[in-house]
Design a protein around this ligand. Sequence first.
Ligand code: SAM
Length: 283
Amino acid sequence: MSFDPGAHREESLQSWEEAASGWARRQELLRELGAPVSHWMLEAISPQPGQRVLELAAGLGETGMLAAELVAPMGGVIVSDQAEAMLEGARARAGALGLSNVEFQVLNAEWIDLPVASVDAVLCRWGYMLMADPATALAETRRVLRPRGRLALAVWDAIEHNPWAVIPAEELIGRGLSSRPAPGTPGPFTLGRPERVAELLEQAGFSEVQVQRLEVARRHASFDELWDSTLDLSRVFHDAVLARAAPEIVELKASLAERFACYTAPDGTLEIPGRTLLASASA
Ligand SMILES: C[S@@+](CC[C@H](N)C(=O)[O-])C[C@H]1O[C@@H](n2cnc3c(N)ncnc32)[C@H](O)[C@@H]1O
């Protein structure tokens, strides 16, 4: 079947609106997992006091809020996402941190509702690969950046470098509960090639393009915690698993525990490798 971008946008929006409560529950796990990624991204854009930074596909706004502290007091950050429910979580986080220089805007990164050359830097952690048309989103990103404004982004490396995702995916596919995504269609691992990321950035008109890899391990106190957090963070896993009858869910969980045994220490904690790509560029 050919890819229908309009249908993808509708499904993506609905599924991220639904996923927001699970993501809010797992905010600490995401913060720990994403911290080295966010810090790399901040260094790449080097936010200065007084600047205006835009975070796209921000989810709970973790990276943008780190930038908000650096551009304060006169500068500010626009934390944006297509899903209003994600931004609700982001507002709560900004309140808890006492940040007063963060605005929130519902927007689709393929149609950025901001004037040309209106921001100094853009951040987007684990967002572009999920979009129906990342090339358009990158062109839009460049349009809203001032000349020489900086972009920093992260996208997951290829799935084989991310066992935390390969293992549940193989389990579901093996049981006929899910299928392999068609190559090139939006999904967490679809931009998992440094040359592809560099090519997209250059085609969108960016210069000084740099792409590198970073290992990011996912740590859990127990297999149960891994199971619950996968249900909270992956809508595909959540929907496929919870549609099954209870005995099959028990069996599936036991099978996954066995598959993850090689990453489980004698005390029951897990450390599962993962790898992300990081890119920076100038408008
Ligand atoms: C994997 S989450 C990442 C959230 C956050 N950036 C982080 O690193 O924790 C992906 C986010 O991208 C958003 N998203 C996906 N496609 C989008 C689009 N076209 N425009 C804006 N947001 C989008 C989703 O709503 C979701 O909140």
